[in-house]
Design a protein around this ligand. Structure first.
Ligand code: C2E
Ligand code: MG
Ligand code: MG
Ligand code: MG
Length: 285
């Protein structure tokens, strides 16, 4: 009887595994067709200057409208990375971001930035720099208004190669930011060598700054370090006025988070843009 029960459990387990495999396979198949079916969509989250509380620009954040349901990137970016689909998706994200920015600049006659997330796999592509240049040139936007966000993960391997790549990107004229700073394993000595303009403090640190906590110390120290290296600092995941005020008192330059605005669909982002004071940080024509 015992072995029979055990056998049933195994069958049940096997079924579950099968279902999981099938749904993963289905997800992968669906994702392959998501672009051509027009199911991918960019949301835009506003970024605010601490100086004069003006709008600096937006971060483009991808969403997948799958069977009418909005899927968050956490549920499909990992799969897109495993399958290599992220390269095609990443091209689409950059193209869309440039087109949207071009539209905003034409309509609003203002200079804002759009930040685009770059996956380590895109960054590893030897033709990445060429591709970025081609996409930006084709769109007609000022490259200085495009900011590429890379995570610490892309640079741990080979600091020399990473630096070379980042310099090549800067030569095109795009701006560079380190995303989710503090969550990776890069050493501080790397940071001093990297040619990047901006550091994004991860939201996991921002969450607990309103009480005496190690996070307070980390955030303050990070702001000081970044400024000493000539970098701009933006805090992610700012949800409350208390957090905003603290960050401002510590000299943080910019914020992004629900306190200022949630990520918005393009049409809502346009309304946001047209109704706000703009803080221009890019002054090339
Ligand atoms: P991220 O680049 O660090 O983006 C910030 C995430 O924090 C976004 O989640 C945003 O919606 C969320 N967020 C913003 N403000 C707040 C806040 O005040 N509180 C809280 N709790 N969350 C806030 P989202 O849109 O789900 O994106 C998650 C991650 O997926 C991104 O993290 C990024 O790593 C990745 N991702 C998003 N779009 C793309 C893309 O186009 N390409 C690539 N490669 N990755 C992307
Ligand atoms: Mg980001
Ligand atoms: Mg982040
Ligand atoms: Mg993140």
């Amino acid at each position: 009887a015992a072995s029979k029960a055990g056998g049933d459990v195994t069958i049940e387990y096997g079924k579950k595994l099968n279902e999981q495999l099938l749904s993963r396979l289905q997800l992968e198949t669906d994702l392959r067709h998501a672009i051509e079916r027009g199911e991918l969509e960019l949301y835009y989250q506003p970024q605010q200057s601490m100086n004069d509380e003006g709008l600096i620009g937006f971060e483009a954040l991808i969403r997948w409208r799958r069977n009418g349901e909005l899927v968050s990137p956490a549920s499909f970016i990992p799969l897109a990375e495993e399958t290599g689909l992220i390269v095609t998706i990443g091209d689409w994200v950059l193209e869309q971001s440039c087109l949207q920015l071009q539209k905003w600049m034409t309509d609003a006659k203002c200079r804002i930035t759009v930040a685009v997330n770059i996956s380590p796999l895109q960054f590893a592509d030897p033709f990445f720099v060429n591709k970025v240049e081609r996409i930006i040139t084709a769109s007609g936007v000022n490259p200085a208004c495009i900011e590429l966000e890379i995570t610490e993960g892309v640079m741990v391997n080979d600091i020399g190669a990473t630096t070379k790549m980042l310099k090549a990107l800067q030569n095109i004229g795009v701006r560079l930011a380190i995303d989710d700073f503090g969550t990776g394993y890069s050493s501080l000595s790397y940071l001093t060598q990297l040619p990047v303009e901006k550091l994004k403090i991860d939201q996991s640190f921002v969450r607990d700054i309103t009480v005496a906590s190690p996070q307070q110390t980390v955030v303050q120290a990070t702001i000081g370090l970044a400024h000493n290296l000539g970098m701009i600092v933006i805090a992610e995941g700012v949800e409350t006025e208390v957090q905003q005020r603290l960050l401002k008192s510590w000299g943080c330059d910019e914020i992004q988070g629900y306190y200022y605005s949630r990520p918005l669909q393009a049409s809502a982002a346009s309304v946001f843009l047209y109704s706000r004071k703009i803080t221009t940080i890019v002054d090339t024509a």
